[in-house]
Design a protein around this ligand. Sequence first.
Ligand code: ATP
Ligand code: MG
Length: 450
Amino acid sequence: MVNIHKIPEPLHFFAAVFSKAGYSCYLVGGALRNMVMGKKPSDFDFATDASPEEVIRLFRRVVPTGIQHGTVTVLHKNESYEVTTFRIEGDYSDARRPDNVEYTSDIFEDLKRRDFTINAMAINLETGEFLDPFQGKKDIASRVIRAIGNPAERFNEDALRILRAFRFSAQLSFTIDPETFSGIVDCKEKLYQVSAERIRDELEKIILSPTPSKGLQQMEKAGVLPIVLPELSACTGVQQKGLHQYDVFEHSFYSCDAVPAEKKAVRFAALFHDIGKVETIDYDEIGVVTFYQHEKTSVRLTRNIMRRLKFPRDFEEQVLHLIANHMFHYEDIWTDAAVRRFIAKVGKEYLDDLFLLRRADQYGTFGKPIDPVNLKAFRKHIDKVLAEAHALKIADLAVNGHDLIKIGIPKGPAIGIVLRELLETVIDDPSQNSRPILLTIATNFYKQIS
Ligand code: ATP
Ligand code: MG
């Protein structure tokens, strides 16, 4: 058990620097919350009565990360520490950001403007005095997220706090206090005014929490999901056929739960892999529901989501690639060539993630691991094919573009077309992967297309 009155060793340094200069400094935020919960603290946030300029002067290695909000990042022994000057926030005119930041020398004023009781505790680094004016410790014991003061007022000031409530609830497995929850319901429309980046960062924390389904279900219940992820919310009530015991909405977040949190792209892919079912739903001649080519629609909708929320492009690409390739149906009759073609299409580096996605998809379908798509047998076949180390990409061919130029194929798009044809040939029959054979095939093929 962590003793909350025992200041962690690296913080003695900060206690000494601040007190020597005549300032006070408190540990606040997530690290203290973790200590109170008996968990190991990390990501230290400090609050001080020293002004940001004074903080910059006191330390050698500093980055003025959020100087306009009074935050300075101090680097010390390979760790970074966020130091924020005590604040009272000014009027909030647009639910985005406080209009102006006023500093105060009163820690209580600073704690009052924080979001939830469990985030408004402080411990004095020098004296070890523990401040908890809103009974955060009690709410931790009863596992409750409770807004400080009047919930609707606080969510109106900064609607991001709405998502933060679901984020902490999902991360810590806490429930949201009923009054706080109804404040959320009353103010949810204000979320339309919050910047995409801030929404993205909190959503990401919800999706990467131990059990994202809990947060997402609550968000749907509060009417918040239709505002931030309407494409996912629209999956509610879309029924599936046969073995599926959940609707598309439930299936999506149970699949997401089943992916280990450190596999970020797979978690996102699991959450969005079936959102295209809403648009593609149809019924065949005997009345069975179909979702023909839903993965293509899922890709398009997920791209919209990721652009709207400004996710990095390389991350977007990974997620879309997984979604685009999630529908495969291996059967024992697949030839080695068919397996090589599959690996060439999805890319060797994506295989593990794609299998993880399919397993999660199954959990989200049956609530337990069942293997109707022969994943184990498929993986075995893939491993056998990989062990043979035959060519699976253009770089593995016995010839390259320069070789083709030397035999008279002109520089330009023709080279790519011929190389792709050669790869197809070699994937079908690896024994063709030798220079003389490929150069002959290239010459003949180029004649046909030119
Ligand atoms: P984490 O463990 O994720 O870092 P945290 O509680 O430290 O959790 P931060 O986002 O780092 O969360 O914020 C630090 C502290 O600043 C919070 O504990 C809270 O007291 C305060 N805070 C952050 N964002 C807001 C906000 N939008 N409104 C009010 N207070 C906030
Ligand atoms: Mg923090």
